[in-house]
Design a protein around this ligand. Sequence first.
Ligand SMILES: Cc1ncc(COP(=O)(O)O)c(C=O)c1O
Length: 1024
Amino acid sequence: MAFSEKQNEILKPVENAPHPDPFVRRHIGPRPADADEMLAQVGFKNLDELIDAAVPKNIRLGKSLDLPAARSEHEALAELKKIASQNQVCRSFIGMGFYDCITPAVIQRNVLENPGWYTQYTPYQAEISQGRLEALLNFQTMVADLTALDIANASLLDEATACAEAMTMCHRLADGRNIFFVSETCHPQNIEVIQTRAKVLGIEIVVGSPEQFSFTEKVFGALVQYPDTFGAIHNYSGFAEKAHAAGALLTVAADLLALTLIKPPGEFGADIAVGSAQRFGVPLGYGGPHAAFFATRDEFKRQMPGRIVGVSKDSRGRPALRLALQTREQHIRREKATSNICTAQALLANMASMYAVYHGPEGLKKIAQRIHTLTQILAAGLEKLGYPLSNPKSEIRNLKFEHGPSYFDTITIALGDKRATDVVELAEAHQMNFREIDDHTIGISFDETTDENDVAEIWQVFKGDKAIGFTVDEIAADLINTGLQPGVKTNDDIPAVSTASSSARETVKTVSNSTTSNTGLKPGANENGIASHFARISPFLTYKVFNSYHSETEMLRYIKRLESRDLSLTASMIPLGSCTMKLNATFEMLPVSWPEFARLHPFAPLKQTRGYQILFQQLEDWLSEITGFAGISLQPNAGSQGEYTGQLVIRAWHESRGEAHRNVCLIPTSAHGTNPASAVMAGLKVVAVACDKDGNIDVADLRAKAESHKANLACLMVTYPSTHGVFEETIKEICEIIHANGGQVYMDGANINAQVGLCRPADIGTDVCHLNLHKTFCIPHGGGGPGVGPIGVAEHLVEFLPGHPIVNLGGENPIGAVAAAPWGSANILPISWAYIAAMGPDGLTEATEYAILNANYISKRLEDYFPTLYRGRKGLVAHECILDLRRFKSVTAEDVAKRLMDYGFHAPTLSWPVAGTLMVEPTESESKAELDRFCDAMIAIHAEMTAIETGKADQQNNLLKNAPHTADMIAADNWDRPYPREQAAFPVPGLRDYKFWPAVGRVDNVFGDRNPVCTCAGMDTCVS
Ligand SMILES: Cc1ncc(COP(=O)(O)O)c(C=O)c1O
């Protein structure tokens, strides 16, 4: 078809032209006309002028970032799909702590893919966080119940780091002991992460067989895997007794699903249980993010790392949840904190707890039984084919623990003369991945997705692709008829706890039809097919919440009910300083659920993960360009882990130069609490550096400290722009001082949102920097995680970047692994990729400029009410501002935070880094309308505060002290407050259109900490 001249004219500009709807205009809140108005208010003609004034000239980048041009959302997704399609999704039988599973669709759509859940922040403001606090309390209850320990936390980063946290907790509790025993049958990544952690702390790790290990008075703890990495279930009760007799503590890394069938660690003497909740409905995601768990005995609750949800009461005396015990303890205890964990894995913990709510105890047991039964059938068939079960550790094979080993879902198969690589290769041709344990041994693990077709196909592979000659049904029937339980030698001494019944026979049969089941029984096996001495007898998940929502309608409503109690970005801005709560665009989130990204095992052969490798390479290149650094490691799975990793890299560099003694880390007093906590974890000694009256690092003090510690100076940790919200002019000089005294400069890049495209950490003179991809690069906060904290390093440090025991990556002289998975939380990296791809170099820079504009606009609009505490050059702030409330004597910053809830807002960061202040970070994504709504609320609250200060309103019984006001308070028959209901609940007219109601009144923190109850038991007691 020929176009007319006019049509040609119209089409011309379309040639090679970008899509008319650039993503940058969706990501950035203020419209161009609004920006002009805002700039005028701040006193500048245009953005360039503002940025020139705000950012020191001597650090400006002076060129555009060398990144691919911006793509539209649609184009970025199409490109990402192409990349994803280069991943090959095979069925995984690798195990090793990672299992495919089925995410119930009601949870996938309404939690994982729901911004009402994934855009929330860590629930520090309890009154508007009751939903996720309840889901996390369910998680804690689930973990405590399944492990049979008293108390559990609200998640850790992954199983391997949880093991390391357990070790350091035991170390803290031990007086002067320094040996930690690790069973050689732990997952290799658990062993390596522990070794990395132990080395810099001077802890000696002994890896060996529990049977042969002798406890001495130097041993403070031990770690065993249950079931172990080769699938064997051991009876560790004797080992626990030995540990305790020697004054050591026992940690058990356990499989949560197995614990529905086998004796829980708390019942055989474990002091701590750790593990991963991944297989409770959280996709494999090429290694993460997944929620790890940590449970312990009551007496150690104040030593436990991570966040803990506890039950308390609100101003009406009703049960209310809150973060308990050591909340924000890093800010208070700094280098004495129990751990550096800040962002954890809340969203994934919530998914796992919802999975338990959805299935209930019986449903979970059935899933476990089905897996175990299929594993038994597999093992029986393999034996029939001439492949006996084996164990690569001969000591383990000969273990005399009570009645010999058993297994749950994992078996290890001896191939005789046959080569494991040949079997693995044939399996791959069948789109299946086995674990190659050694030259002649294979490991196979089953999971919730395994069915009888898989079993038959595995047999076929072992038969060299020939017909097998028997069926799953026949083997299942054999199991019943012979009473054989594969993998456990018949031992007639062991009494059966339950007798074989015809119904059991029936159920095994139905397994081959993919239904849930019991299993065939043998003497000594209980009804689950588990040897009776290993079998779980104690009940679990008996609370109402785990036994109520088993229809999808009920489940959906439960999820929605909890969601409605939480304030997320779907309701209003969350102006938390230092948290960068920007847009998490929907298109950026879509790839997370694509099976090509979600269903890969972290140890799948690299040739199957080409798509991921391309994504990592591009993202690393882009982050290198953005930071100016030569190398990037994507492994650390939170900012805190990036800090720790960067410190280890610095230590390794000093060591390589014969200066291993350098162990002093300078940290400004304004630093985030994770900085000193991480430095201590890396074996460094923290020396504080003062800040001056303008909030800047006191350069004279820094110089004096650097010089006096010259002989041992390892590094400085510096946040830029500072946590006081200013671009310090002296940053280059600061770096020079540190280098001149033999140290390295670590930049905490949590505030990189004020730098991207304007300046770069490497150019400024720093050597290492972590980035919080869950801040600047759009990974949502998930209500307290997941996060990704990659580090960038200068050329001389590249060789030390983290490695991994299974997948070859990292530098030539790696510090070891710092996370369970080679690329940490790989599944959420497509989010940051999509953001950078769609913004392009100019869009990213513009975002930074708008972040600075928005912060300065708020600072300016509120200056007559709440002056900004610290300003940089020309009276400007960077991307956040600290509002000073300290002149008010009768009302506190906390009162304002609670009153903001009545106005529909989440509070800014409260009393950090300066007590009595609120730190506001609006981000570039908030529109002028939303910024004005926030400023209007603050100004209105200012009037309410002034009324209290001047005596016009009562000092105690007032709008602020009584905040937040719940719907039932407002609707109560007797209203005895000295102000109208209307003013309490609808102080500005906009709230008539949309009102977010806090679920509970002000939560009593003191009561909660005095009476710590951290499971559903607390709710039940309070309710009664
Ligand atoms: C300045 C700063 N540093 C470090 C961190 C720790 O990061 P993460 O919570 O990812 O561990 C934060 C988190 O808020 C931060 O604001």
